[in-house]
Design a protein around this ligand. Structure first.
Ligand code: CO
Length: 182
């Protein structure tokens, strides 16, 4: 896997076979690689991820969460199929303000905690037609962009938890670890 480029990683699995993977699956800890070229397989991946996200009642999903370790995520702050944003090779260019908010993660079922994030971010990415675009977003949309960008660098909700939140979620984390071990 390590030597494969982004497009090869995407072409490895049929979109219909993708499922959301859970902590502590080691794929969630990988530093994801860039997508070289936006082609039909990338579009099929994004479409499947939007479907999985909404079916799982999430507002954001990063490619490593379906086991594809490339820099791509989807977001739907309004939680509707019409409001599905796709970010390929995203980069946060600016961030401003700071706000505590409750966060969950589809890779951490049953867990939520307060996380401090910037209130507004400017994010640059490639879209599904291969064009570069910039989004200037705030509040929930900005929070999702930051949470999903974390995923692309192998950074997880559990890393952002305060010691108190970690203690509060200790049982749920242990259960996920036990479920993964088998
Ligand atoms: Co997440």
């Amino acid at each position: 896997m390590a030597r494969m480029n982004g497009n090869e990683r995407i072409r490895q699995v049929a979109p219909a076979d993708l499922q959301v993977i859970h902590y502590p699956d080691p794929r969630l800890r990988e530093i994801c690689v860039e997508v070289e070229e936006v082609d039909d397989s990338v579009r099929a991946l994004a479409e499947r991820m939007c479907e999985l996200m909404l079916d799982s009642r999430g507002v954001g999903l990063a490619a490593p969460q379906v086991g594809i370790t490339v820099r791509l995520f989807v977001a739907s702050p309004e939680f509707t199929p019409e409001d599905c944003h796709v970010y390929i090779n995203p980069r946060i260019l600016e961030s401003e303000g700071s706000e505590d908010g409750e966060e969950g993660c589809l890779s951490f079922p049953g867990i939520s905690c307060k996380v401090k994030r910037s209130r507004r971010v400017v994010i640059e990415a490639t879209d599904l037609s291969g064009q570069t675009f910039r989004d200037d977003v705030k509040d929930l949309h900005a929070r999702i962009c930051q949470h999903e960008s974390d995923h692309l660098d192998g950074r997880l909700l559990v890393d952002r938890m305060s010691p108190v939140a970690k203690l509060g979620n200790r049982r749920a984390l242990k259960e996920l670890e036990a479920a993964f071990a088998g």
